[in-house]
Design a protein around this ligand. Sequence first.
Ligand SMILES: NC(=O)c1ccc[n+]([C@@H]2O[C@H](COP(=O)([O-])OP(=O)(O)OC[C@H]3O[C@@H](n4cnc5c(N)ncnc54)[C@H](O)[C@@H]3O)[C@@H](O)[C@H]2O)c1
Length: 334
Amino acid sequence: MRDDTLVVPEFGVVPASSVRRTLAGTERQVIDLVERAYRDHGDRLTANPPSYFLRFPDRPAARIIALPASIRGDAAVDGLKWISSFPANTAAGIPRASGVLVLNDPATGHPYACLEASLISAARTAASAVLAADWLTRGGSRPVRVGYVGCGLIARTIHSYFTATGWSFESVAAYDAVPANAARFAPGVVVHDTAEELMRACDLVVFATVAATPHVSAPEALERHPLVLHVSLRDLAPELIAEAANVVDDVDHCLRAGTSLDLAQQLTGGRAFVDGTLYDVMTGKAEVRRDRPVIFSPFGLGVLDLAVGKFVYETARAQGELGIVPDFFPAKSS
Ligand SMILES: NC(=O)c1ccc[n+]([C@@H]2O[C@H](COP(=O)([O-])OP(=O)(O)OC[C@H]3O[C@@H](n4cnc5c(N)ncnc54)[C@H](O)[C@@H]3O)[C@@H](O)[C@H]2O)c1
């Protein structure tokens, strides 16, 4: 018998202009969505297999990453983020990262939306960084001297999420391999000449570079125990990681793909340097060692893109901003 409850969805497109409008002023909501996605992931309501890295022998600095994922429950959605990183773009004034997020209907499997993904990715990454900073400083004093190592889109978005959600800082510091990027990071920014110097001057340090291998190895850089949000994952020498308290978004994801944690695992022959996941911290399952610097390393889970992408899709649809592509799918054969 034919099941008439299943219908082929319409296919809609959400361009960057609509994503930007939809996300404006929603920082608190996006942080809540990201927290919910982390909780769903920790509660095993998700599928989030390892990201697939497509690399090119003729273009070694470039890559395209596929992040397939699925969330079950009330906010069910399946999908894929397909995001490129072409660092040479920036010299031509073109964004390094570009991508699409495809949402699939859990009932029929049909893809029903294609959204511009770099803004959604930046928003969910910023939300996860601010969420981690919140949870990892609860019960203590809030950091007041923030510093950014690498001052591109991700660093700017993280800083705007901090300021939009009530964090206030006595000083904002910046270091970038391209000094002009640091100088224009924020009004009144204090520009440092090295990452290490910045780290010694700040109690909250955000790494958002495109470093492929570690470039910070001096133990003095961490001797004042800043909270480090290691968003770009490959900046810190494995020796520093091995001596710190480490919180991750997902242990298996983070300890692969040549991240600093992956290198620390190879250095120490184990994973004992990982204190737990952010979910473990939120649910009281992990006790983070406070006698040393705390480092949060988020690999970046596809479930976060799905959660934020679904929100963007639903808002854009409700506001009449969805670009429906008529007859995208083949007509039904009777
Ligand atoms: N973990 C996650 O979930 C997640 C999500 C999105 C992006 N990222 C990562 O965040 C990083 C930043 O992304 P973006 O879009 O802001 O990139 P971007 O190209 O816009 O900016 C990167 C900035 O870092 C600077 N830089 C590069 N190498 C440096 C170094 N060794 N020291 C200091 N500065 C350096 C560049 O000059 C540039 O200003 C990338 O590595 C990206 O892969 C992580």
